[in-house]
Design a protein around this ligand. Structure first.
Ligand code: CP
Length: 313
């Protein structure tokens, strides 16, 4: 396998690298689950979590992932730092470098910020979500979760529904699924489908009901109101009626099919509360798996040749 230097976009990966992350995460899952114990794999390494945009799941799981591997963690957000006084991205990066961090995990509202950071710093950069561009660790934890439920993903059918236009998750998700040989269908309001979708190598369907009986996974995207500066659909009620998954649509899925969402959810819009809380939804499991997958990413970027689980009891 070609070694990973940074993790900025799923586009930069080949299938063997995706599989290396998934297989390593599988090994690390028992350790990710532990409440107190850690392994010494990354002892002496310093991981900086640079979060310039809000996050719950990604920020906390990167924090836990680094600690489970015994790395030191610096949590850095725009609020409470000199970024709020107007310090530039470059000067912030050089300041982190001067303090000797070994890896930077970065979330930013600006597409391209992690790539820019990788040009300022020699240490590995991990993209924790940038603008509309990419959210590679979300896609990796999603395909990890799918593989745990469905086995190998080659030939499986994943229906991705909703706000594709504003979704960095959708972009990373489609690329990861295609690397693993899955078939992807997008269902979206026409106004929330990017013009570039013609080159994504996916199918596009107009009606959700028509594709659900043939789906192995239905993956619901969050309606990203914070990125919408005009009306893309008439009302939330209309959205829920045409593109949301409720009990009636859940019944259209094959019995083995699972329901996924990256979170945070808009209950009552893209998913009803009873579907979100049903045993067909694996949304909470996605969050738990996120720790193991982020441990795997940190391990592959930082460890050299050490065994991922070395020192585990
Ligand atoms: N899915 C996801 O990225 O969630 P957070 O914004 O809470 O990190």
């Amino acid at each position: 396998m070609r070694p990973l230097r940074d993790l900025i976009s799923i586009e930069d990966l080949d299938p063997s690298q995706v599989l290396a992350v998934l297989d390593t995460a599988e090994q690390l899952l028992p350790i990710a689950d532990r409440r107190r114990n850690s392994v010494p794999t990354l002892r002496g390494k310093v991981v900086c979590n640079l979060f310039l945009e809000d996050s719950t799941r990604t920020r906390i799981s990167f924090d836990l992932a680094a600690k489970r591997l015994s790395a030191e963690v610096i949590n850095f957000s725009a609020k409470g730092s000199s970024v709020s006084k107007g310090e530039s991205f470059k000067d912030t990066a050089l300041t982190l470098d001067a303090m000797g961090v070994d890896c930077v995990v970065v979330r930013s509202g600006s597409s391209g910020a992690p790539l820019q950071l990788s040009r300022y710093l020699e240490v590995p950069i991990l993209n924790a979500g940038d603008g509309w561009h990419q959210h590679p660790t979300q896609a990796l934890l999603d395909v990890f979760t799918m593989r745990r439920h469905l086995g190998e993903l080659a030939g499986r059918h994943v229906v991705v529904v909703g706000d594709v236009l504003h979704s960095r998750v959708a972009r990373s998700e489609v690329q990861a699924l295609k690397l693993l040989g899955a078939r992807v269908t997008l269902v979206s309001p026409p106004t929330l489908l990017p013009p570039s979708v013609a080159s994504w190598g996916v199918e596009v369907a107009g009606e959700l009901d028509a594709v659900l009986p043939d789906a192995d996974v239905v993956y619901l995207l969050r309606v990203q109101r914070e990125r919408m500066h005009r009306a893309f659909f008439p009302t939330s009620r209309e959205y829920a009626r045409v593109w949301g998954v409720d009990e009636r649509r859940l019944a259209l899925l094959p019995e083995h099919a699972i329901v996924m969402h990256p979170g945070p959810m808009n209950r009552g819009v893209e998913i009803t509360a009873d579907v979100a809380d049903s045993d067909r939804a694996v949304i909470v499991e996605q969050v738990t798996n996120g720790i193991a997958v982020r441990m795997a990413c940190l391990y592959l970027l930082l460890s050299g040749d050490a065994d991922a689980t070395e020192g585990s009891a």
